[in-house]
Design a protein. Structure first.
Length: 263
């Protein structure tokens, strides 16, 4: 059996930057074990498996090299990019994932791909877990949490760039990951994302966590829309816009590879 693999760089318009995702379209679901084995072999931040259920409507599942993931923004962007590229007349589509429901996606006139995500505002943490403080070389000014991750907030963007994580300590926080963030000079805010228990050391660009970062910074800065930069080694740019119960995260993507997997 051959499967078509699309290797996409997401939240960027430049090859070798942004976050890498594999996209595989299926007529019928493979076993979870086989999809996990493919994602592990691909060794990308995530591999998205996509199955069409109706006109312009798709189910989507995301796998890191280690496990299935509840919610992944950059692989959703990558999947939409491939579908829009294949059908130039297509401007709107929907993905459905069990953990987050329906994700509406639109191709904007300026070429940005806009994804409507659930609003996942973090809440303050009163008792900060010791592994979080032990895992961050610089103490944060405040800590919050949502269903996905701990949010370590800093007053200086320099701290975001210079912080060195102790991944062995951060791994003890599973199932939660860790995002660090600060307001920035060239963008409204910047961040970095660590997920040693779920997928790897540092994620290049994490679309899903901006469903929490965007409402936090919109409230803190009293501003929307916002521009965000994930300050990983590869880096990625995100455009965030608040709605009452949702967050619109927009970005660009570029294709690196299209090939066949033989199973």
């Amino acid at each position: 059996m051959k499967l078509k693999l699309h290797h996409i760089n997401a939240f960027t318009d430049t090859l070798f930057t942004g976050n890498y995702a594999g996209v595989i379209f299926l007529d019928e679901w493979l076993s979870t074990a086989l999809m996990q084995a493919i994602a592990t072999e691909n060794n990308l931040s995530e591999t998205a498996f996509v199955k069409q259920t109706a006109d312009n409507t798709y189910q989507i599942r995301w796998f890191s090299p280690l496990s299935e993931i509840d919610f992944c923004g950059h692989a959703t962007l990558a999947s939409a990019y491939v579908l829009f590229k294949q059908d130039q007349a297509l401007d709107d589509l929907e993905f459905y994932a069990k953990a987050v429901g329906t994700l509406k996606v639109r191709r904007e006139t300026d070429g940005l791909i806009a994804m409507t995500f659930p609003r996942q505002m973090p809440e303050p943490v009163s008792d900060i877990p010791p592994p979080l403080l032990a895992g961050l070389s610089i103490a944060p000014s405040e800590v919050l949490i949502n269903r996905q991750a701990y949010f370590a907030i800093y007053t200086s963007e320099t701290d975001i760039h210079s912080l060195k994580p102790n991944l062995a300590e951060l791994k003890k926080l599973a199932p939660y990951d860790v995002v660090i963030s600060a307001a920035a000079h060239d963008y409204d805010f910047i961040s970095r994302y660590f997920w040693p228990a779920s997928g790897g050391d540092e994620d290049p660009v994490t679309g899903s966590i901006h469903s929490g970062l965007a409402p936090f910074w919109a409230q803190r800065l009293n501003k929307t829309p916002l521009t965000a930069y994930q300050a990983s080694q590869r880096g990625g740019l995100l455009h965030c816009r608040m709605q009452t119960d949702s967050v619109i995260i927009s970005g660009r993507a570029v294709q690196y590879l299209e090939g066949d997997i033989e199973i």
